[in-house]
Ligand binder design. Structure first.
Ligand SMILES: Nc1ncnc2c1ncn2[C@@H]1O[C@H](COP(=O)(O)OP(=O)(O)OP(=O)(O)O)[C@@H](O)[C@H]1O
Ligand SMILES: [Mg+2]
Length: 577
């Protein structure tokens, strides 16, 4: 019966029922009295019943297609997350008892086993007040559990609500997300920007360092694009050089851009030109023939004592071979950001101010399937730049009046060490975060154990979908409370003191158990989850939106783009162009 409990193919049941039927065929030729025949037929009927139930469970688990809920009934003042019911200790106890007695899951209908059967009759739409997004929403679950569909549902509602700008960072470029957001933006007539390195001709351009306030921030933003597995020396040395170049550029009035920072660090001519411009800014005359020696002599002759100039002169004097060796990591870091066919997208054009004040929708696609590591670097830089903008938005009248919704899929790939600090400032900036990630382990890699906890502490609503493995499920289940389960223990108990006395007793015991057992998280069908908000968990099923309006997408000129993404989805191994 183990197969029936887990949804595995019921091989044993099929074989026994088959043998019994064949045996029956032989037996009908043997004269038998009616009682034996009736008992035999009853036994065969039971076997056949068990086989059919086993097969239906197998089919239900293997090919489960959650019901599509037609949910385009939006109200701007609330957020519809799905249908479900508050998950109380009585549901957990009912589920435990059912599983203990039958070893199986309860059935929602004749053939669909599901956890939520214990409260399905109470199912009703689950709405959050739209303001609840102000304390952020996270969606966690294994691949294919329905995270992006849930995230899209929230993003689309934010677009349709038309209360403020919406930025969706979608590293995979999921066609469902893309089509739903495009058609929702079209339906509301909102200004739509798309950022996509794979279709640079259709993409908006933005300088990902546009909101950095000081040279130190440039360093903090670039550090997350470096290969962290290398010796810190090979990260810190280029960082020092970038810091110096960023300081010099700031003093001569240049805007920071990836390309010019790289050039002023790596190109000997550009370096010395930058220094000469700095001397001019200090009103130190220098020779028209600009060389390392001429700028150094000009500085010394001026008699001025300037710390930045001193550092820069020392920096110019470094041997070229040594520089190449210690800076190699910078080349690796900027691969795919500079020199690629989409690099001009980082030169600037669109600004966060535009997006905010035009009440626009921005879709950032970074194509992790095709661009892999490069995709994550782009997403990290874009997100940090947006956070830089949010830092400026803090405490403004606009922050209080106009909510800015930021949806980030695959957060574990996109997060960076300062992410937590930035999440903490979002509320004052009027920004609502909707984030999806696969596992805590992925997040821990970037944020550390305490960091993950801190992130969770900052999030008002967490939707947990199917977990990939028991460790992951345990991590998640720990976030829910425990309760005292009342259990009746029955049966015989023996008194060993008296030697042989045996008595039948039934005792009521209370046991501390989890409100959500980790094993249940492994069994959630696609689109199902547990939602936790203000200490109350809900068992919910997330609606899949009706197919997007393809004509609208064609109309706004993104028809070819959709075709491209749909093709990409069926061909994960498309080489990078
Ligand atoms: N609520 C739902 N109702 C019906 N089907 C769903 C639902 N959610 C997801 N699906 C189905 O499961 C597929 C995978 O869902 P989705 O892309 O949201 O998973 P994911 O958790 O984001 O996976 P990944 O981590 O690989 O991106 C969808 O393409 C859709 O067919
Ligand atoms: Mg996804």
């Amino acid at each position: 019966m183990a197969a029936l409990a887990t949804g595995k193919f019921p091989m044993a049941e099929c074989v026994t029922a088959g043998l019994a039927l064949v045996g029956g065929g032989v037996l009908v030729h043997v004269p038998l009295d009616h009682t034996v025949l009736t008992l035999y037929l009853l036994w065969v009927a039971t076997l056949v019943y068990r086989t059919i139930t086993g097969l239906s469970r197998f089919v239900a688990w293997r090919y489960h297609k959650p019901i599509r809920v037609q949910a385009r009934v939006f109200r701007p003042d609330r957020l519809r997350l799905g249908v479900g019911f508050a998950w109380a200790p009585k549901h957990a106890t009912a589920l435990r008892q059912y599983r203990r007695e039958t070893g199986e899951l309860p059935l929602v209908d004749a053939f669909t086993p599901a956890l939520h059967a214990v409260g399905a009759s109470l199912s009703r739409p689950i709405h959050l007040p739209a303001a609840a997004l102000g304390d952020h929403l996270a969606i966690q679950g294994m691949t294919g559990s329905g995270k992006s569909v849930a995230l899209t549902s929230v993003a689309v509602q934010a677009v349709l609500a038309n209360r403020g700008p919406v930025v969706a960072i979608e590293p995979k470029g999921d066609p469902y997300t893309l089509s739903q957001i495009l058609s929702a933006a079209h339906a509301t007539g909102r200004k739509l920007y798309l950022f996509s390195p794979l279709v640079p001709e259709m993409s908006a351009a933005i300088n990902p360092l546009s909101t950095a306030q000081d040279p130190e921030e440039i360093i903090a933003r670039l550090r997350p694009i470096f290969d962290r597995s290398r010796d810190p020396f090979f990260i810190n040395t280029p960082m020092r050089a970038i810091l110096l170049a960023a300081r010099l550029q700031q003093r001569v009035g240049d805007r920071w851009r990836l390309e010019t920072l790289y050039r002023d660090v790596m190109d000997p001519d550009a370096r010395v030109q930058l220094m000469a411009r700095y001397l001019s800014a200090l009103a130190i005359p220098h020779a028209s023939q600009i060389t390392v020696e001429s700028v150094r002599d000009a500085y010394r002759a001026s008699g001025m004592d300037d710390e930045l100039a001193r550092d820069a002169i020392r920096w110019l004097g470094i041997r070229e071979e040594y520089r190449m060796e210690t800076m190699s990591n910078l080349d690796t870091a900027v691969v795919g950001l500079l020199g690629a066919r989409w690099s001009h997208l980082f030169h600037g054009g669109m600004s966060w101010d535009d997006i905010d004040h035009e009440n626009a929708v921005l879709l950032v696609l970074t194509h992790s399937m095709q661009l892999r590591d490069i995709s994550h670097k782009i997403a990290r830089l874009m997100l940090q730049d947006l956070m830089g903008y949010l830092a400026r938005r803090q405490g403004t009248a606009r922050a209080a009046r106009v909510p800015l919704t930021v949806c980030i899929d695959e957060v574990a790939q996109v997060a960076y060490p300062d992410f937590l600090t930035h999440v903490a400032l979002c509320r004052a900036a009027g920004a609502r975060l909707v984030m999806a990630w696969q596992s805590m382990a992925g997040l821990r890699h970037t944020l550390g154990d305490d960091g993950v906890q801190e992130l969770l502490d900052n999030i008002g609503t967490v939707l947990t979908m199917r977990a990939a493995n028991i460790q992951n499920a345990k991590d998640i289940a720990e976030q829910f409370t425990t309760y005292q389960m009342r259990m009746v223990q029955g049966g015989a108990s023996q008194s060993y003191q008296s030697g042989k006395q045996t008595t039948a007793t039934r005792r009521v015991v209370h046991q501390e158990v989890a409100l959500i057992d980790p094993n249940w998280l492994l069994k959630l069908p696609t689109g199902h989850g547990f939602l936790a908000r203000a200490g109350t968990p809900y068992k919910i099923q997330v609606p899949m939106l009706p197919p997007a309006d393809r004509t609208a997408i064609e109309f706004v000129g993104y028809g070819d783009l959709m075709t491209l993404f749909e093709e990409e989805e069926t061909d994960d191994e498309t080489p990078v162009g």
